[in-house]
Write a protein that binds this ligand. Sequence first.
Ligand code: HAM
Length: 413
Amino acid sequence: MIQAPRGTFDVLPEDHARRAVIEAHTSRILGAAGYRRIETPAFEATELFARGVGEATDIVQKEMYTFDDGGGRSLTLRPEGTAPVCRAYVEHGMHKLPQPVRLWYLSSFFRSEAPQKGRYRQFWQVGAEAIGAEGPDTDAELIVLLAELLEALAVRDVTLKISSLGNPETRAQYRAELARYLHQHEDALAPEVRARIDLNPLRAFDSTDATTRATMEDAPKLLDRLSAEDAEHFEAVKALLDDAGIAYQLDPALVRGLDYYTRTVFEFSSTALGAQSGVGGGGRYDRLIEQLDGPPTAGCGWAAGIERMLLAATDLPTAAHTVDLFVARVPTASSDRAFAISTQARRAGLSAQLELAGRSLKGQLKHADRIGARYVAIVQDAGIALKNMESGDQQELDTAAVIPTILRGSRLA
Ligand code: HAM
């Protein structure tokens, strides 16, 4: 039996209602703030992610689905949305539009990670990007919007961590300083941390080893090494969040798995989730558009995982699905008349389902009850019996009277 590939899943009709609620809230919340929806291709030139996300990241090194298009060009299923949206911004000359250009997306992404709860190889993200504004109010606006989305969805046990990465120059200096510190304390570090000092010293902050953690307490922190402008920007973001009543924790060791970040980075996590606790995160990427051969353009954004929001929001309300009319018929009656009634009912704005399975009349009534139909029209050899499923009343009608009767009943209800 052929099954869905490892790490993927089917979104079945019964799963769709909760996803639709997320989409509706996103569209409402982001739309009200001037964000407009964008969709980019599911695959892009591999170089976009190598340059944008960063050659040295886990995503680019290990997690991309890359293939040859048959003509010698390397393509990759998108592992994230920021680099593609920035590519589209440059390609369509969006720098000529009033800035910032505010965009949002709800799309699926692909990463070849080891599957577990909340971690899939094809997953969905809702994301927002504000491109062309460098002020701290942009960062704060984005964070407030994600907080509002998570609140609207009643995502449980959420905490927000924020930090600032400064700029690439101060970060490089800091990395060297941290590597020197780690080399000085090599004896107190776990072997895997020691092995990566020069490759990626920041990883030392993620270690679960007790003596490594103790050593990292006294390690130099990037937040203390920011340039004056970057420090001021970060202070302003925090002040705006304070004013907006958004609670956050400072996490000087907050590392995100993408290389394009500058200045503000943030992450919302939920303890309701287990190991994959990141619900959504993002930050500022003021150098990315230039790296993609665009004009120097600031940017900031976030993405949140749909599946993780679904997992952490257990009591998402779903829209009740109503069926106004089920069209049944006695076996000897004309199927054309039944077909015509269901079509006319839908044209009149009702939801109407036609019996297609050849059930007995008793079976048809049972099915109408199961799908919660408000009315059943039983097409007889002559005329129609219209049954109100709520009251149990049944009346004999001419075909032409069926739809007006239901519409009148709907108005009365
Ligand atoms: P990210 O942190 O890599 O950021 O992903 C954002 C969210 O996508 C995560 O917090 C998580 O909820 C979800 N996610 C990531 N990987 C998986 C997976 N394998 N399975 C299920 N869910 C997953 C980005 O992608 C950046 N583009 C965010 C951004 C936008 N930064 C600036 N603008």
